[in-house]
Design a binder for this molecule. Structure first.
Ligand SMILES: [Zn+2]
Length: 65
């Protein structure tokens, strides 16, 4: 799993395209999501809120600048 903290040095909020590890669906997740984000297709958790920014549970495909 990609540690996107390593890719983004500054703690800025971003939009990420995250691929669901369960079904392969890709959807856009806000990096500072305050609510749990689930896959629109299978309901698998893609991001969990944690202190400051979300913990991404899927594969990060794209980081939007
Ligand atoms: Zn899914």
């Amino acid at each position: 799993m990609t540690e996107w903290e390593d890719l983004i040095p500054a703690p800025r909020s971003r939009f990420l395209r995250v691929k669901c590890l369960k079904c392969g669906n890709e959807q856009v997740v806000f990096s500072n999501a305050v609510n749990e984000v689930t896959c629109n297709v299978c309901g698998n958790v893609l991001a969990e809120p944690s202190s400051g920014r979300a913990k991404i549970k899927g594969e990060i495909v794209t980081v939007f600048e």
